[in-house]
Design a binder for this molecule. Structure first.
Ligand SMILES: [Zn+2]
Length: 687
């Protein structure tokens, strides 16, 4: 239907993908193809929406809901390719295209989301849904699409819609500025060291990086420490110059709070008022109520209860860690009380004393090939999956590998790309994405095309890429997201991608549990030179070190989560002026945070909550931590890490059944009960 007018089309994005498994023809796509493809795709999408609105017949599931769900196929296809490569393999031209595209896309989306006539048709179907003979999933699709529009404000009277539009515009401007200010504040600070003595305690690679940073800043021969994580964290961990640690850390935690042109306090306060106003217009008490309404947690009270359960044991442990570090200070004859800028330094000493885990010792057992095989083995032992390398599948960069994923019976399940190493043009971090979501079209399964993208250590000379323990965990994490994508079962686009934010890290985080199990390690961690399995002594160190500094880590994280929730549940509409720092202080005093720990993010640099993505949702990582610890405990309790009955339930309800079962419902179907918090506390050594 979509392609009929394009028989002579030369733009590969506008043609049927004539490749193995219909993956994107990366080898044919050029930057010049994107904008015309997007224009055409938006035009088609708009025509499809207009056809729904202009349909003279009574709205039905087929002519309205299904038609809407099917609309925009080409736009989805072009978007997946463009945005996938924007992250993994971008260049200046792609950045320009993104700038040109973003406002056009947002107008396009707004026109659909706030369209009164379209919403009226949805509403008619929604209101008679019980008499339409819909199956379970169709009923869910009707309800979800109706609510999506309602949540966007489509049901509001015209004046409120206009108000909402202007609030939205102002909010996105503020979010952008807050982020830009933070970037400026982060980049504006540097500690210049010109005296070699001030490098005391720093390991050679940290000194080398500081020298490089100085050179880049035109200060050759000196050393520069910045507020970027790979710079300030190792500095705080290693520098024995206490006053310099203080200087760097203070600069870090006062970002956006310096009463200069990049100060974020006033804008943040305005954003909080606007979010509250928006939530009220949409019929919610506050922003947190609005956000949580579609999450597993459902209500702010539930998040608070949850955070409180973690808080007490974590704070107790942090206090014990503080005492251990003060001991070291006293033993060394340091005549001072531990402060926040000392924590990293003494924690490092404690780590060496108590855990003695050195990455250099571990790395030879985690060659990238071994870790990949470990992931494949996990999928095979749990679900019988097989992975076959397919060199004939086009890739977008020579380092990318393409695999076909097969079910135990040999039938085709999915395509998986693995893109392991950093290069200019790839954004930092690690993620899992897809070039095609798994779905159905006319009852025929469309298989997913999934990608995992990482920035792992490169091979050097004749040595293969040897991963750190943290990189190894990241590999399993992203692979877990990939499994979730492979098994997606929704018959409709809307149900195929229906996972609450506080559920989505369960499939990924649970895989990290397997990565560190002794039984599993013995199956994939072999020395890259002699093939010897990892010795018990090292396995022991890995498991012990998982408790290291967990009081601090949990406290700084949970404190920030409380701060996020407090901001988004507060009622300050009648307050003229919000004092951001006073609010933060009272929020932290309420939970009894100790002075030696600053929340992971203070308000003025809490990037997660500037944008809407994690606002009132910063808790989700540790929420998923409870889920994955409890879910993994099921396997442990059964005495079989690869218990087939549990694995098949896990696939059915957690990885696969999200079209029908959501959040807690899905979890309870898998586990037979709601998750307990104890396995997480045990894993972190907080119990
Ligand atoms: Zn993740």
């Amino acid at each position: 239907m979509l392609m009929s007018g394009y028989k002579t089309e030369t733009n590969p994005l506008l043609k049927e993908f004539d490749t193995p498994f219909g993956v994107p023809p990366f080898h044919l796509i050029q930057e010049s193809h994107y904008m015309p493809a997007f224009e055409e795709a938006m035009k088609q999408h708009k025509a499809e929406i207009d056809a729904i609105i202009n349909n003279k017949s009574e709205p039905t599931f087929e002519n309205t809901i299904l038609a809407y769900d099917n609309a925009g196929e080409l736009l989805g296809k072009v978007s997946s390719v463009f945005f996938g490569l924007r992250g993994a393999n971008t260049n200046d031209r792609m950045t320009e295209i993104a700038r040109e595209l973003t406002p056009k896309m947002s107008v396009h989306n707004n026109e659909i989301r706030l369209n009164q006539e379209l919403f009226e048709r949805f509403k008619k179907v929604y209101e008679k849904r019980n008499s339409l003979n819909l199956n379970e999933e169709q009923m869910i699709v009707v309800e979800k699409i109706y609510r999506d529009f309602e949540r966007a404000g489509a049901a509001l009277p015209k004046d409120k819609k206009e108000k909402l539009k202007s609030i939205n515009e102002r909010m996105s401007m503020i979010s952008l500025t807050l982020g830009d200010n933070l970037l400026k504040e982060t980049n504006n600070f540097r500690l210049v060291i010109d005296n070699e003595k001030d490098l005391a305690g720093l390991p050679a690679p940290v000194i080398a990086a500081a020298a490089d940073a100085a050179k880049a800043a035109g200060l050759e021969g000196k050393w520069v420490i910045t507020l970027h994580n790979p710079s300030w964290i190792p500095f705080l961990q290693n520098s024995s110059r206490r006053y310099l640690r203080e200087k760097v850390y203070k600069a870090y935690y006062t970002r956006g709070d310096n009463n200069n042109e990049f100060d974020n306090k006033e804008l943040f306060a305005e954003l909080m008022k606007l979010r509250l106003e928006m939530a009220n217009i949409l019929g919610f008490n506050n922003y947190a109520d609005n956000f949580l309404d579609i999450q597993m947690a459902q209500k702010p009270e539930n998040v608070y209860n949850f955070l409180n359960q973690l808080w007490k044991p974590a704070l107790e442990r942090a206090k014990a860690e503080r005492a251990q570090m003060q001991d070291i200070i006293n033993r060394e004859g340091g005549n001072f009380k531990l402060d926040s800028w000392d924590w990293w330094y003494y924690a490092e000493k404690l780590r060496k004393e108590k855990y003695d885990l050195d990455d250099a010792e571990l790395k030879p057992y985690f060659s990238i090939e071994n870790v990949k095989n470990g992931n494949f083995l996990l999928a095979q032992k749990l679900f019988g999956l097989q992975f076959v390398k397919r060199p004939e599948i086009p890739v977008y960069h020579e380092e990318v590998e393409a695999y076909e994923v097969l079910e135990a019976d040999g039938s085709h399940l999915a395509i998986l790309y693995i893109d392991p190493h950093p290069r200019p043009g790839k954004r930092g971090g690690a993620w899992c994405g897809s070039y095609r979501s798994g779905s159905y079209k006319d009852s025929e399964r469309i298989s997913p095309v999934v990608t995992i993208v990482m920035n792992f250590t490169r091979p050097t000379g004749d040595q293969p890429a040897l991963l750190t323990w943290s990189e190894t965990n990241t590999y399993f994490h992203e692979f877990g997201h990939a499994l979730h994508n492979f098994f997606a079962e929704g018959q409709y686009k809307r149900t195929a991608r229906s996972v609450p934010r506080d559920f989505v890290e369960l499939p990924s985080q649970i895989c990290e549990n397997w990565a560190g199990e002794p039984e599993m390690l013995k199956m994939y961690a072999f020395h890259y030179k002699n093939g010897e399995p990892i010795p018990d002594k090292l396995i022991d160190k890995i498991s012990k070190s998982s408790h290291f500094n967990q009081g601090f880590k949990t406290v700084e994280y949970v404190a920030a989560s409380f701060l996020d929730m407090d901001w988004h549940t507060a009622d300050f509409l009648k307050t003229d002026k919000i004092d951001v720092n006073a609010f933060e202080k009272s929020s932290m005093r309420k939970i009894g945070l100790i002075d030696e720990i600053i929340p992971r993010y203070r308000t003025t640099y809490f990037n997660h909550i500037f944008g809407t993505g994690y606002a009132a949702g910063y808790y989700v990582y540790i929420w998923a931590g409870v889920l994955d610890s409890d879910a993994f405990a099921a396997f442990k309790e059964s005495g079989d890490l690869f218990n087939q009955e549990l694995a098949s339930k896990f696939r059915k309800y957690i990885l696969g059944g999200n079209n029908l079962y959501e959040g807690m419902d899905a979890y309870v179907r898998f586990r037979g009960k709601e998750p307990a918090i104890d396995p997480l506390l045990e894993r972190r050594g907080l119990k």
